[in-house]
Design a protein around this ligand. Structure first.
Ligand code: ADP
Length: 419
């Protein structure tokens, strides 16, 4: 018998009458995003955000049944943040006890080489996520705090960790190894891990279902273009290359990150501009990319500046598109044949100018975008290439929360007695 897919497990799950929801928690360094998801229908039952944790007055925004509630309590730490979240469910709904939460899914950015899929969180798993803090100092501390408090506040449901890096654990050694001194690399965990994996995996699967073609038969390039941005090459459903590296800083030009840069720039700025390592870290991660080149990291604002004749904004767009084309060319060479290129995330789904410029001039690779099919924002999966191309170009909206919720169900439902 073939192994059941997550989809099979889902239908079995709903046929059992055991409908339930998954609380998805994404704890950042100073924020917690959450969503209560119906993993079968796919809709967000409720969602919200706690911002400015540890900064005096915090901001809590909760959305349920068409209403948005905002509060400004003092939120000193992640414990207080999650208590605010549970408080919002209590006062604004929906009642969590009635919602039959069957799992809490925690998004974790860095899973290192330990995790190649979702795992039930126990003390050992939490310890490993803590051990990985040196590799993800901006992200993993918030995750650890969110998981500790989440398990304490909701002790009766399984907590699952979903790693941004897991999908990229299939990268071949040649793709994940940096040509750095092997001993140093091994000792300090220096290698390509890749990030945004949940989104790349979800989109790769969705492309196959939408086209009605077997995932195993497809060679795909996926461009996840949000505020953070990454590209991946996926052969037969398995990732074989990706643009983010040991951290999310490498690769494409992003909202505020440089993406690829000569590492010697760091030495130069340290030695000659007198900048500390922390200042350079902040410069490369938060003050560069589109924002560093133009003052704006949002494409809507960037296009407005370009229309007003702003040269910095025009250059920012040119650098962004140039980098994207380089990655498409490189991944073409690595895949050999590309069946589908897919745009996703905030920029990929909404910005038809970026999509058109990225494909422009790639006709000799069999890649083009049809101006009419490409027009406007895309809310449902759509093919945007003309009929003659050898490579399909698509836009497929991503949904990381739903992907996390479904992975949680696929894991916890293997033993229905546990649910
Ligand atoms: P992240 O999850 O990385 O914060 P998103 O995937 O939500 O980011 O993408 C956010 C980005 O999407 C914004 O910074 C903006 O550049 C872009 N974006 C959102 N809406 C539009 C739009 N209507 N037109 C062009 N770009 C948009």
């Amino acid at each position: 018998m073939m192994n059941p897919t997550p989809g099979d497990r889902l239908s079995a799950y709903s046929a059992n009458g055991a409908h339930g929801s998954v609380l998805v928690i994404n704890s950042g360094s100073s924020s917690v995003k959450y969503q209560l998801v119906n993993p079968i229908g796919g809709e967000a039952i409720a969602s919200g955000l706690v911002e400015r944790i540890g900064e005096g007055e915090g901001i809590v925004t909760h959305k349920f049944a068409g209403n948005t509630t905002t509060a400004r309590p003092v939120v000193p730490d992640h414990g207080a943040a999650l208590r605010e979240v549970l408080g919002m469910f209590q006062t604004q709904g929906p009642d969590l006890e009635q919602s039959n939460i069957v799992a809490v899914g925690h998004r974790v950015v860095q899973g290192g080489s330990y995790f190649s899929g979702p795992v039930l969180i126990d003390d050992d798993v939490l310890g490993k996520i803590r051990d990985l803090i040196p590799l993800a100092p901006l992200h993993n501390p918030g995750h650890v705090a969110g998981i500790e408090v989440g398990r304490a506040l909701l002790p009766d449901v399984p907590h699952v960790a979903i790693f941004d890096t897991a999908f990229f654990q299939t990268l071949p050694e040649a793709a994940y190894t940096y040509a750095l001194n092997a001993e140093v690399a091994r000792e300090h965990g220096v290698r390509r891990y890749g990030f945004h994996g949940t989104s790349h995996q979800y989109v790769a699967g969705k492309v196959s279902r939408v086209l009605g073609r077997r995932l195993e038969d497809l060679n795909q390039i996926i461009l996840h273009l949000g505020n953070g941005a990454s590209a991946s090459a996926v052969r037969g459903g398995k990732a074989i290359e990706t643009s983010m590296g040991m951290t999310p800083l490498e690769g494409l030009v992003m909202g505020t990150r440089t993406g690829d840069i000569d590492p010697a720039v760091v030495f130069h700025l340290h030695r000659n501009a007198g900048m500390s390592i922390d200042e350079i870290d902040d410069l490369l991660n938060k003050k560069s990319g589109l924002k560093g080149l133009s003052g704006e990291n949002d494409f809507r604002a960037l296009h407005e500046l370009i229309e007003q004749g702003d040269e910095g904004a025009k250059l920012a767009l040119d650098v962004y598109i140039h980098r994207l084309k380089k990655y498409i060319g490189a991944y073409h060479a690595i895949l050999g044949r590309v069946d589908v290129i897919t745009f996703t995330a905030g920029v990929g789904e909404n910005d038809d100018i970026v999509r058109a410029l990225t494909a422009a001039g790639l006709e000799s690779l069999g890649i083009a975008v049809d101006p009419v099919r490409n027009e406007g924002r895309v809310k449902e999966p759509r093919i945007i290439s003309p009929d003659w191309t050898s490579t399909l170009v698509m836009v497929v909206p991503t949904n990381e929360e739903l992907a996390i919720a479904r992975q949680c169900i696929a894991l916890v439902d293997e033993d229905p007695a546990e649910v």
